[in-house]
Design a binder for this molecule. Structure first.
Ligand code: PMP
Length: 432
């Protein structure tokens, strides 16, 4: 048996099946946009550790920052004895998150904790119970994270009862004929049928749905939500966990809709591969929770804070926002060209924002016939052709491309040609 298979067998015996792996490939080392497995095989990373590595694997500045911090101290607990790195990172995010007026920032460790804390803060601020989220949205695997998430299998299946007072609206999806007007009408009906606006604490939305399939919220839709939240004193939570930190061509995706969020949960690429998450929001809302109501043992760890400072430096120095636009354009042009070829009638909608690019796999160019089986085969074939891919989408038929923003054009093109080979291999296997 190969080394990967031997390890995979041990993994099956030792780790519950509830945790899955995109590929049965064990990593030996990684650098930039490349990875090598325990058998020495080479991969180009279009998964970026699920949108965590906008600055690439082991960016030298990030590694230097965490090494220098760990030589001083690894953990003390901000709630025991604070440290400057936490405060200066909060000051930095308070400046960077779009909007006028004072902001404050809370650090936690994961994206789910960030969305949970945003909900806690919104409820404390408004004294109201209801949270409105979106079909296909993903906000984490904790109890409230699952309740907010708009997809049952596999995220909520078998885990109920979940926290109540959470409702889901349709997310605009041009490809399935759901326009922003339909979503807004659904909100209006919700206010008439189920909950009056005065009971709504928050609306939570991803500016581009990540796990939901890279559906982009139209800027006009985000602006309408902002107006509705203002009219009813509802807190607008913009979940930037997957979209944040230059991925979409701006530091935060909602900058492009020219709106201010009340609360912004973020995580993933903030730490450049090291766990740290945050909620930045309007100071008067952030201060609603009583002392002791927020925090966590590892929340805002010194190493996470040091890594995040380095990530923000790198994004600035290496112009990763404009690089995201270039990478996105290259990916979009190439995949769109494939979708026009007769050979690739399986490619449906190609979409995205900046370097957050995805495409649907469908049967016979029919947007209403998603092909989840082919999608699984293509991801698996990527393991053979040497490119790491991730599936997503409410119907499991979307391939998302999340190359690090530090990737060279040569590796990007090589990754694309390996993706094309994976598409061909997946199609051939399905036809057999
Ligand atoms: N929000 C969004 C938009 C996400 O994409 C994710 C993770 N995929 C989360 C929240 C949860 O983050 P974590 O897995 O770090 O808990």
């Amino acid at each position: 048996m190969s080394e990967n298979l031997t390890l995979y067998q041990r993994r099956l015996d030792a780790v519950p099946r509830g945790v899955t792996n995109a590929l049965p490939i064990f990593v030996d080392r990684a650098s930039g946009s490349e990875l090598w497995d325990v058998e020495g095989r080479h991969y180009i990373d279009f998964a970026a550790g699920i949108a965590v590595l906008n600055t690439g694997h082991n960016h030298p500045e990030v590694m230097a920052a965490i090494q220098s911090q760990s030589a001083k101290f690894g953990h003390v607990g901000f709630q025991v004895t604070p440290y400057e790195g936490y405060v200066s990172l909060a000051e930095r995010l308070n400046r960077l998150v779009p909007g006028k007026g004072p902001r404050k920032t809370l650090f936690v460790t994961t994206g789910a904790e960030a969305t949970e804390n945003a909900v806690k803060i919104a409820r404390a601020h408004t004294g109201r119970p209801t949270i409105i989220a979106f079909v296909g949205g993903f906000h984490g695997r904790t109890m409230m994270g699952m309740a907010l998430t708009g997809k049952v299998a596999p995220y909520k299946q078998l885990f109920g009862p979940l926290p109540s007072s959470v409702y889901h609206l349709p997310f605009p999806d041009a490809c399935r004929d759901i326009g922003e007007e339909e979503s807004l009408r659904a909100l209006d009906r919700l206010f008439k049928a189920d909950v009056e606006p005065s009971q709504a604490a928050a609306i939570i939305i991803e500016p581009v749905q990540g796990e939901g399939g890279f559906l982009v919220a139209p800027p006009s839709f985000l602006r309408r939500l902002r107006e509705i939240c203002d009219a009813h004193s509802i807190v607008l939570i913009i979940d930037e966990v997957q979209t944040g930190f230059a991925r979409t061509g701006t530091l935060f995706a909602h900058e492009q809709a020219a709106i201010e969020a009340d609360l912004v949960p973020m995580a993933k690429s903030l730490g450049g591969g090291f766990p740290i998450a945050a909620v930045t929001g309007k100071a008067e809302i952030m201060d609603a929770a009583a002392p002791g109501g927020l925090g966590g043992t590892f929340a805002g760890s010194p190493i996470g804070c040091a890594a995040a400072h380095a990530v923000l430096d790198v994004i600035e120095k290496e112009n990763l926002c404009s690089r995201a636009v270039e990478i996105g354009a290259r990916l979009m042009t190439e995949v769109q060209a494939w979708s026009n070829e007769a050979e690739f009638a399986c490619i449906g909608d190609v979409r995205g924002l900046g370097a957050m690019v995805a495409f649907e796999l469908v049967k016979d160019r029919d947007a209403h016939r998603p092909d989840a089986e082919l999608t699984r085969r293509v991801v698996a074939a990527g393991g053979q052709t040497g490119v790491l891919l991730l599936a997503c989408g409410l119907y499991g038929n979307v391939i998302r491309l999340l190359a690090p923003l530090t990737i060279s054009n040569a590796l990007l093109d090589e990754g694309l040609s390996r993706l094309k080979a994976a598409l061909r291999a997946g199609m051939a296997e399905q036809a057999a």
